[in-house]
Ligand binder design. Structure first.
Ligand SMILES: [Zn+2]
Length: 216
């Protein structure tokens, strides 16, 4: 029995799965990413090769989390807790290898103004997208900001602040989903001066860039 089959059976002892459960590891994922897909005869999980070196109990938690999301049958387990604790702890030990001088200045301004300079610098990198202005990835402790923010320092700092709040607040795990923007997160976010105006300006900035790309 592979680990995915074990994870399934322990999570849903009362269910009988007719599809074949396939688990494969791949080198094309960033960090500890993984995905799940289903078709007529199979449920397949592809996971980053890095998972091979992780304790089977934690791996099972990942597979159970993905199964809950796919099958929408809400269940909870100790393994799922272990998995979330593992992901959250990774940000503390993730190697810091990526940075960028302009993003570093933004990080330093925001850290000084809102975190008393107490936040440790995460990996910082630039993204090319328009739809995602910023992301924070727990497993690699990485803030990504879109290149289009480089034309407006205030907006850059505002998005940097949002992503750093993710680093600070982390997330709350609920069955089958994760709460990333909880009450305390939103309260903290509003501490940024003029946040309502900045939200509008962010929308404008995105619209502008979408429009220019139509003419390509
Ligand atoms: Zn967010």
């Amino acid at each position: 029995m592979n680990l995915l089959e074990q994870a399934y059976q322990e999570l849903y002892p009362e269910r009988k799965e007719n599809r074949e459960l396939i688990l494969s590891y791949s080198g094309r994922f960033r960090g500890y990413n993984a995905n799940i897909r289903m078709n007529w005869g199979t449920i397949t999980i592809n996971a980053s090769r890095k998972w091979r070196g992780v304790s089977p109990d934690i791996q099972k938690g990942l597979y159970q989390e993905l199964l809950v999301r796919l099958l929408k049958v809400r269940k909870h387990s100790i393994n799922i807790d272990l998995y979330h604790n593992f992901i959250k702890s990774l940000s503390n030990v993730a190697p810091k290898t990526q940075t960028h001088p302009i993003l570093e200045l933004s990080f330093e301004r925001v850290n000084r103004q809102f975190f008393n300079g107490m936040l440790e610098q995460p990996n910082l990198r630039i993204g090319a997208g328009v739809n995602r202005l910023g992301t924070y990835e727990y497993a690699t402790d990485t803030v990504m900001l879109s290149r289009i923010l480089f034309e407006n320092t205030e907006l850059m700092d505002y998005v940097m602040y949002h992503e750093l709040l993710h680093k600070k607040h982390q997330y709350i795990a609920k069955p089958g989903r994760q709460l990333h923007h909880g009450k305390s997160f939103k309260e903290a976010e509003r501490r940024f001066p003029d946040s309502e105006r900045l939200e509008l300006e962010l929308n404008k900035l995105v619209r502008k860039h979408k429009r220019t790309s139509w003419f390509w």
